[in-house]
Design a protein around this ligand. Structure first.
Ligand code: DON
Length: 314
């Protein structure tokens, strides 16, 4: 066991409690009604290292839906299914500086082509690229892929969250219809089918430990260090990590890159997946969100740890 994990085990409980006060700076997401049930003052973190060594603290028993964190892995699966050209024909490679569900830039540059695969419009386009004859087949493939990356965890969909989002997702529907109108979604693709795939992968339920295992595979360039199996081609992990640094925390990505300097991806349920390349996979849950949709306490915790442990890759 490394000296670092010993240090983490000792200090983690203090860092978590020092960051927990920042749950007061935010609110639990409520635009998906089911998410509003999450505990506002919760904060937990789970860290997994190369040999399976772990450190954890706080409320890491909490389960939550992946929401936007899932977009990293659907991007990777779409790359595996279609190659780089197939994916980047439909989505761009640039950060937007706008909110995650913004439609502002969709009409500005190449009409209808989303700027990147991590904003909602881009992730909806990516969902349409997952191979499979029907939404149930695509959804099953996504779930199986996620389970494999998480080291064989038995993940499931949270149906209440799925239904809650599907019933209220007027903005995502309008983004998807705009994509359809601009032929980013092909002729054979039904908008409601793509949305079903998108809402389902956002509603995959996970906990901080499982999330840290998924992050660990990214930390080791696509190979699960615990089994030695290559699960993702290294090139696709490079692409995913680059997007995480550029736009994983949406329009707070620049600030997070300056302060923490590690690839990370947040979701509106309050989860954050963070990667310390060559060292650790990290799962954080803190449902209280700031104005840009990131966990307030989770961001504070990761920034504190990165500064203390010199994790920045920059
Ligand atoms: O499409 C949505 O709005 C959600 N299913 C996911 C958004 C999200 O997680 C953005 N995160 N910060």
């Amino acid at each position: 066991m490394t000296a670092m994990i010993e240090q983490l085990r000792k200090k983690l409980p203090y860092w978590v409690e020092a960051s927990r006060v920042h749950t007061c700076d935010g609110q639990v997401a409520s635009y998906i009604p089911e998410l509003a049930k999450a505990p506002r003052d919760a904060l937990g973190i789970f860290i997994t290292g190369q040999s399976g060594e772990t450190a954890s603290a706080g409320d890491c028993g909490l389960t939550f839906t992946m929401q936007s964190i899932s977009k990293v892995f659907t991007l990777i699966l779409a790359l595996i299914d279609n190659g780089e050209d197939g994916v980047f024909d439909k989505v761009g490679m640039e950060p937007t500086g706008d909110d995650f569900n913004s439609m502002l830039k969709l009409e500005l540059v190449e009409p209808g082509k989303p700027f990147n695969p991590l904003i909602n419009a881009g992730a909806i386009a990516v969902s349409s690229l997952i191979h499979g004859d029907s939404p149930p087949v695509q959804i099953e493939r996504i779930l199986r892929f996620f389970q494999e990356i998480s080291g064989g965890a038995s993940l499931r969909f949270n149906d209440s969250v799925f239904r809650s989002e599907s019933a209220t997702a007027h903005r995502n529907r309008s983004l998807a219809y705009f994509l359809k109108d601009n032929e980013v979604l092909g002729e054979e693709i039904a908008v409601e089918d793509v949305l079903q795939v998108y809402f389902k992968h956002c509603a995959i339920e996970i906990n901080a430990e499982q999330l840290s295992r998924m992050a660990l595979v990214l930390a080791f360039d696509g190979t699960d260090p615990l089994t030695g199996r290559e699960l993702i081609p290294r090139r696709y992990v490079q692409i995913a990590k680059t997007f995480m640094v550029m736009c994983g925390m949406y329009n707070a990505s620049g600030e997070f890159a300056i302060r923490a300097g590690i690839p990370a991806k947040s979701g509106v349920s309050g989860g954050i997946m963070a990667v310390v390349p060559g060292q650790f996979g990290i799962g954080v849950i803190g449902p209280s969100l700031g104005s840009k949709g990131n966990s307030t306490a989770g961001v504070h915790l990761l920034e504190t740890m990165s500064a203390e442990l010199d994790w920045s890759i920059m």
